[in-house]
Design a binder for this molecule. Structure first.
Ligand code: DGI
Ligand code: FE
Ligand code: FE
Length: 193
């Protein structure tokens, strides 16, 4: 097991406020998705419990951790340094908890996704979106789609996220665009034809 009881307790004790029930929710959703879609349940749960371990840190603290771990922020990440919490969490997962590279990679891209997402990447991205404590508009549709197809649910999440980012005048990360294009180019759609 990647996270024994003691390790899991230690990780959970670092999660403050809302992040605690959220991360437990992501763990439950990740387990469900892994069982449903033939993913590795152990890796999915480990990625889930660790994915937001640095989310509470300030933009400056994110940048400091990047310096420490040799992560080079892109232009968007410099402006939106909180977005770096996936990459900094992956560095902690690797160095402090000895997680395997595929788990670290899923954690690193959980906010944006990326081109060529693995089953584990998709499980964590989707679980983060649909977990039980989330209540933003569209979450029920995402949950419904996730019962039948991870790719369709994923594309729906990107439609919602991109629309929201554009409406708020935010810059779009190149990995967000790459993940979206990848789904489109595979012919994925979420609306019924
Ligand atoms: O950490 P969580 O809140 O659980 O969720 P998350 O890691 O998916 O982060 C969500 C935030 O990330 C949300 O405020 C939107 C932001 N985000 C995701 N993709 C992009 C982005 N922000 C910008 N500016 N550009 C992106 O491409
Ligand atoms: Fe996150
Ligand atoms: Fe999260």
């Amino acid at each position: 097991m990647l996270c024994n009881d003691e390790m899991r307790k230690g990780i959970l004790s670092r999660l403050k406020g809302y992040r605690y029930p959220h991360s437990l929710g992501v763990e439950r959703a990740a387990r469900w998705l892994a069982e449903r879609y033939g993913g590795d349940v152990d890796k999915a749960c480990a990625a889930a419990i660790l994915h937001d371990i640095t989310k509470h840190l300030s933009p400056q603290e994110q940048l400091n951790l990047c310096e420490k771990y040799g992560i080079i922020p892109c232009a968007v990440e410099k402006k939106e340094a909180k977005m770096l919490h996936g990459k900094t969490a992956a560095a902690i997962a690797r160095t402090e908890y000895g997680m395997p590279e595929d788990v670290c990679a899923a954690i690193a891209c959980h906010t944006t996704g990326r081109a060529g997402m693995t089953v584990l990447d998709k499980i964590l991205y989707l679980a983060d979106y649909i977990e039980e404590t989330r209540d933003f508009s569209g979450v029920d549709k995402a949950r419904e789609l996730a019962q039948h197809s991870m790719d369709r649910a994923l594309l729906y999440c990107y439609d919602q996220t991109l629309t929201d980012l554009v409406a708020r005048g935010k810059s779009i990360h190149s990995d967000t665009i790459a993940a979206y294009n990848d789904l489109i180019w595979q012919g994925i759609h979420w609306r019924d034809e």
